[in-house]
Design a binder for this molecule. Structure first.
Ligand SMILES: [Zn+2]
Length: 354
């Protein structure tokens, strides 16, 4: 339906990547908080941060290594003390998405962590997220839903409680149950009761896998969670049988190139295997994961791929439509989204005809 048109790879501009209508499927709400907002929240609640001004905070935010990344993530999450804080970060997230022409987002959010550290009950968190979604729809003209993730290492009963929250918020701002945290910390089957509960309610599971651990971790999540998409999945290339299986079922992979490079999964963008995934006929989408922490944005990710792999505008556009078609929306809404994106973006095919 949306073939990758052959076109001579040319210079794709960052402006093109910003202007192109996009859908983002793998981005963390707490990982999207800007340093400016962290400072605002810290001042609001009199919280001491490793840096007292914006320049210092921006420096602290820069990716160094995984322990430092976790330190930032935890410190930032601890700044969320009230439901209003959650509404603020969700609104700012949506503003950032709208500024980049991201028409629909599915953002991962660690509701149990926020409740555990900050004592904000889920109903209050949910109400705050929904207020932000309404703002996004009415004021910004964009849509979003949240994926509530089990953090590996959480007790199984906590995960089951989370699954109840997910099902209770079905068609009401939450679209799936996720699985994140440190890959390999425990087998995915640890949370079987939670997956069963959401599946019985007709909702999907979208786990992270194949990032810091290899193909065996992906096989583990596929068997345990019966996912509809896989977060990352870039290391499937280590196992030819797995690649064949993913190709046959056209399992969407949520690829996050800069995140992979920052976390040392691959040494550089040039050595990122995204082109190999496409060559294997796999279903690829491009995403930003934790954009300010990895010094990127979704527009930047498309641009960096164009730069590193010589992708044409048409390839980027087909990857953008891949994301639209893998969104967790009813079929009719997905078709409408893809059609509106195409209509709102008179593209090179049409331009070439002129
Ligand atoms: Zn992620």
């Amino acid at each position: 339906m949306f073939p990758i048109a052959a076109k001579i790879p040319g210079m794709v501009s960052l402006e093109f990547c910003r202007r192109m209508p996009k859908v983002e499927l793998h981005v963390h709400l707490e990982g999207s908080i800007r340093p400016e907002t962290v400072l605002k929240l810290a001042q609001r609640h009199d919280i001491k941060l490793p840096a007292a001004d914006l320049d210092g905070l921006r420096e602290w935010y820069k990716f160094r290594d995984f322990p430092h990344f976790v330190e930032i993530y935890v410190s930032v999450s601890k700044c969320l003390r009230t439901a209003d804080d959650i509404e603020l970060i969700a609104r700012e997230f949506l503003q950032g998405q709208a500024e980049q022409n991201i028409w629909h987002s599915e953002a991962t959010y660690s509701a149990t962590t926020i409740e555990k550290h900050n004592g904000i009950p889920w109903p209050d968190q949910h109400a705050a997220l929904k207020r932000a979604l309404e703002y996004g729809r009415n004021e910004l003209g964009i849509s979003a839903n949240f994926i509530l993730d089990i953090v590996r290492g959480d007790p199984a009963e906590r995960a089951l409680e989370l699954a109840h929250w997910v099902v209770g918020a079905k068609d009401d701002g939450v679209c799936a149950l996720g699985l994140a945290g440190i890959e390999g910390l425990c087998p995915a089957s640890e949370y079987a009761a939670a997956y069963d509960f959401v599946h019985d309610a007709g909702m999907p599971v979208v786990p992270h896998a194949g990032e810091t651990k290899g193909a065996e971790s992906m096989i583990d999540v596929i068997q345990a969670t019966h996912p509809v998409r896989i977060g990352h999945g870039v290391r499937c290339l280590e196992n030819a049988d797995l690649v064949k299986q993913l190709r046959e079922i056209q399992m969407p992979l949520e690829v996050n190139p800069s995140s992979n490079v920052c976390l040392g999964v691959f040494p550089s963008m040039d050595e990122h295997p995204l082109p190999n995934l496409l060559d294997e006929g796999l279903y690829v989408t491009i995403n930003s994961d934790d954009p300010p922490m990895f010094g990127t944005s979704l527009s930047e990710e498309y641009y960096r791929c164009a730069q590193a792999f010589g992708f044409s505008e048409d390839i980027l556009w087909s990857l953008s439509l891949n994301a639209a078609n893998a969104a967790l929306l009813p079929a009719e809404e997905k078709r409408t989204l893809a059609r509106r994106m195409s209509e709102g973006f008179p593209h090179s095919d049409e331009e070439d005809d002129n």
